[in-house]
Ligand binder design. Structure first.
Ligand SMILES: [Zn+2]
Length: 177
């Protein structure tokens, strides 16, 4: 089995092992605040894809919202059930089938805060000794992961797509100039 020690995201450089569970709430709060601020930008920046290969900032926000909710459910399940397996969230299908079509920037901002806040409370509430329990996690490759890693993955998804959203601001701003 390949080692997952010091594994990093090839796109953003995030190292899951570097994020302690105790740091997760602050990272989620800071990242969420930054994402919400981007959602307040003009609609031409928030709701338009800069290219066919990228989502809009609103779509990235919808994806992160759903990931944070899913991560919360997976963490709770792993503290109760022995080594559960998470269903994929079908990220592309959610967008393609139109499940994000009714999302407005204002709703996304409040939903992102709710999803992030729920995950923060969950992280702060994990009973002692249960954070090392594991689950089968499909991303980035199917591997048995401890609950602490799953929490770090919530931070990763938020910070990774915050980077995507910031890149969108740059691309859209230059297109509109
Ligand atoms: Zn990443």
């Amino acid at each position: 089995m390949p080692t997952t020690e010091n594994e990093s995201c090839p796109d953003c450089g995030f190292v899951w092992d570097n994020v302690l569970l105790v740091e997760v709430p602050k990272r989620l709060e800071v990242g969420t605040g930054s994402f919400v601020a981007l959602l307040a930008r003009d609609d031409a920046i928030v709701s338009v894809r800069p290219s066919n290969e990228r989502w809009s900032i609103a779509e990235y926000a919808g994806h992160v919202r759903d990931v944070l909710l899913t991560v919360r459910e997976r963490m709770i399940a792993a503290t109760i059930v022995d080594r559960p397996t998470g269903l994929p969230i079908f990220r592309e299908e959610r967008v393609a089938l139109g499940y994000y079509d009714l999302d407005t920037a204002a709703e996304l901002a409040s939903e992102l805060r709710v999803a992030s806040g729920l995950l923060v409370k969950t992280v702060r509430s994990i009973p002692e000794g249960l954070d090392s329990r594991t689950m089968n996690y499909g991303f980035p490759s199917p591997t048995e992961r401890p609950v602490t890693w799953v929490a770090a993955q919530g931070v990763h998804e938020l910070e990774h797509h915050l980077g995507d959203a910031r890149e969108n601001v740059r691309l859209r701003t230059s297109m509109l100039a």
